[in-house]
Ligand binder design. Structure first.
Ligand code: FAD
Length: 492
């Protein structure tokens, strides 16, 4: 019997386990899911917590409830993978052998990667909402906020849900108005990108939405450190942005065990094929969800569509047929814009987000890149869809795996992101200087867990050839010396 081991029982891991269990009997395929704990988080809900819309009980459920019968769920930390012998080593000393491995351990915020982020202001005036404790602490900080300089900041791309910081900014603007302190607050959005967003049409529409709300936009901002004494973000090119409340999205990185296994790049993301999600180094390893290097958004919707493709190909392979399905990079994301409205983005590797109707031309009912009440309701409905359809591996009506051009107003020759749009001035920031080459980054502080011996870099097993384009690069283990050896190129 074939053994499938799935690392990570979050969005992608749960979906793929349930879909394959439904398709193949227990005597055909043995499925094991490994995760560190029994708490499944609905991460899009973190965004709403600081504004009192959701609380912890709305977004955390027992993982067991969502993993179907006939799937082994192992709750412990993953220590490392030995791809040569096809064995997963767990932190409690157990091992799991596999024929096929799925890596679905996502990415997490790493405030320790930016000097000064974890300084004396951390948890006081510096907050994040990409983890449950972060969102809980920010909820208290928002309650205490009485006006001043509020800065929403992205450290570096890629991050999961790249629209979430923009959504936070819109919701904060709305929340400040409702609490009567918007006039006393200077609100600024600070991004390492050269526009409000990477894709030209979305960048233009979102920059307009920022200007309409009198929200400052500071682009090309590569943070070098945070000065806790002066309460300023400081960029590599010397710009300084003062804050009274900083809501930052720290660097997002894959899990440390990926570095210890020699499987990742400088952000501990596993290099994988853009269409099949197969590891470029090891053909029996597949990467689903945020953990890989797909050149599309890191989002639950992307995980969902990529899992569909993977399952088709897995079943073809299982039944001795050639795998024929390819992932097109489809992403579908609602953007909360405040005041009970939202926008919608739908795009893939080759088609950027455009305006128009979704999913059907003219009738919609959703509007692409336009603020509507229905888009907002779609976003709120997503939580129910997540728990009841998505995780259980059930189809979501009207949302195809492959992106469709139907209803999209395709624009040709659009202005590149960040040009042609008014840019509001950020507090205490001089005119932006050209962005320099990224200097050698700092080392994140050591992981609290005892260091595991770092295995020698793993090469492809005998008889397998790494795919074209793959090159072995050092990973980042927070217990090891080498950290972020090269500039990280912003990408969507
Ligand atoms: C604030 C916020 C808002 C978002 N909004 C949206 C949205 O509106 N729409 C959307 O589509 N997406 C959204 N996302 C993104 C979405 O939540 C992620 O893209 C999705 O959860 C990725 O799924 P995954 O399975 O790759 O990773 P995850 O769901 O993060 O699962 C990874 C799992 O691996 C486990 N794990 C990691 N390391 C180890 C280890 N060493 N040992 C054992 N277990 C381990 C973790 O415990 C976790 O359960 C949002 C994310 C955030 C943070």
């Amino acid at each position: 019997m074939k053994r499938l081991v799935i690392l990570g029982g979050g969005t992608a891991g749960t979906m793929v386990a349930n879909k394959l269990r439904a398709a193949l009997g227990k005597h055909e395929l043995h499925i094991t899911v490994v995760d560190r704990d029994d708490n499944h988080h609905y991460q899009p809900g973190y965004l709403f917590m600081p504004f009192g819309i959701y609380n912890t009980s709305d977004i955390v459920r027992s993982r067991h409830r969502f993993i179907d019968d006939g799937i082994d769920l192992v709750l412990t930390e993953i220590d490392h993978v030995d791809p040569t012998y096809r064995v997963v080593h767990l932190a409690d000393g157990r091992t799991l052998s596999y024929d096929v491995l799925v890596i679905a351990t996502g990415v997490s915020p790493r405030p320790d990667a930016t000097p000064g982020m974890l300084g004396k202001l951390w948890g006081q005036s510096i907050h994040e909402f990409y983890s449950l404790p972060g969102a809980q602490a920010l909820t208290e900080a928002m309650r205490r906020f009485r006006g001043g300089r509020m800065v929403v900041h992205i450290t570096e791309m890629p991050i999961k849900c790249p629209v979430a910081p923009m959504e936070f900014t819109f919701l904060a603007d709305d929340w400040l108005r409702k609490h009567g302190i918007r006039d006393r607050t200077e609100l600024t959005y600070v991004t390492p990108l050269d526009g409000a967003f990477t894709k030209p049409v979305a960048s233009r529409e979102l920059a307009t939405a920022l200007v309409d709300r009198r929200i400052g936009l500071e682009t090309d901002f590569a943070v070098e450190h945070i000065d806790n004494d002066t309460r300023e973000l400081v960029s590599f090119d010397g710009r300084r942005i003062g804050f009274d409340l900083l809501v930052t999205v720290p660097l997002n990185m894959g899990a440390d065990y990926i570095a210890r296994s020699g499987l990742g790049d400088e952000l501990n993301l596993v290099p994988c094929d853009q269409h099949t999600m197969v590891s470029l180094a090891h053909p029996e390893i597949h990467v689903l969800g945020d953990a890989g290097t797909l050149q599309t958004s890191k989002a639950g919707s992307v995980a969902h569509f990529a899992v569909d493709v993977f399952v088709h190909n897995f079943l073809d392979d299982f039944n001795g047929r050639p795998a024929t399905h390819g992932f097109d990079g489809h992403a579908n994301c609602f953007i909360e814009s405040g005041n009970g409205k939202g926008m919608l983005l739908d795009f893939n590797y080759t088609t950027e987000p455009f305006t128009g109707d979704f999913p059907l031309p003219v009738v919609g009912p959703f509007k692409l890149l336009k603020e509507t009440r229905l888009n907002h309701l779609g976003k709120l409905a997503f939580r129910w869809i997540y728990w009841n359809l998505l995780l259980r591996g059930r189809p979501i009506p009207m949302i195809p795996t492959t992106m469709s051009l139907a209803g999209k107003r395709v624009e040709k020759d659009v202005t590149p992101a960040g040009t042609g749009m008014p840019t509001a001035t950020a507090p205490s920031s001089p005119a932006p200087a050209p962005r320099p080459a990224m200097p050698k980054p700092t080392k994140p502080s050591p992981s609290p867990r005892p260091a595991a011996a770092k295995p020698a870099p793993v090469t492809a097993p005998a008889g397998t050839k790494p795919a074209a384009g793959y090159s072995d690069r050092p990973g980042v283990d927070s217990t090891a010396e080498v950290v972020l050896p090269a500039p990280i190129v912003p990408k969507f």
